[in-house]
Design a protein around this ligand. Sequence first.
Ligand SMILES: [Zn+2]
Length: 334
Amino acid sequence: MTTNEEELRRILTSASMGQVAYHTWAEQARHARRFNIARLFEALSAARMARAEHAFRQLGEVGSTAENIERALTSPEPEAVATGRITGTTTLSRELLTRAQRAAAEGRDLRADELGDLFVCLTCGEVREGQLSGACPRCGTVPENHKAFRAIEFMGTLGPHAIMSFLEHSQECLDKLLSGLDDELLARRPAPDQPSLKELAGHLADVDSVFRERAWLLLETNHPELPPAHPPTLDSAAAYRTRPAEEILEAFRASRQQTLSLLRGLTSAAWHRTGHHELYGEVNLLHQGNWAVSHERAHLVEMAQLRHDLVAAGAGCGEAEVTEVVVTGVNEGE
Ligand SMILES: [Zn+2]
């Protein structure tokens, strides 16, 4: 191996591992509702990915698709190379991570004024913060070939049609997820600190009313300051554990109907009405709609898994097994 090839292999190994590390930390931050810190990790992950891809190409590992299929089948076994650092490899990434470290020490997410929009050069992995002006200072790649990690888009990029279609189907999903299980199973926690199906359903009803209030503020008032208070946490849903499932489903149904009536038939201009949020900065109704969908979808998937595990553990629940896909995916860009 030449020195250059050795260096490229080192970069490939280090950047590949760094990409996975950052991406996994982003997932974790999202789970903990630290969305700006998640955005930072995702941007740094994309930067490492671009670095790894660049090195992989330089090593001559990429040819025509037919050749790449041959390569995939013969599966190269690159020699393991000492990697050095896999994350925090640039001055800017260390500076951004230090900001996140301060916020985390205070038990909170980064605020909009602490983390600007981030842009990653897809050729070399250079990261820029704030505005994207001009080509990449490191490799000359045009701005169009950068990946943006904007606060306003980070909740998702679904359009009004996809958001509405998702919100309209959740009721049906919830009905299926709670059906055929007795009250004891519906209230059973998989672990002492993990919510039961009833608590999760109640939590979705709580959060729906918060979403509706924010949507109402955006639609009916001029550039509102959205309440910084966090939406009701799962812990506060504990009371639902002792309520009948029918009552919880009815609470969700009633809330969701009101939300849908508020949003139905809105113009594109209405979906783009803006407000200010302490954490996310300038947001619009589309941002909040994406927030509601991603939150709800994550919990519905969690409920489907919980239901599956309960049924699998208790074989004998007879009709309770659901083999169809209950929680559908969402189509971006509709
Ligand atoms: Zn570049």
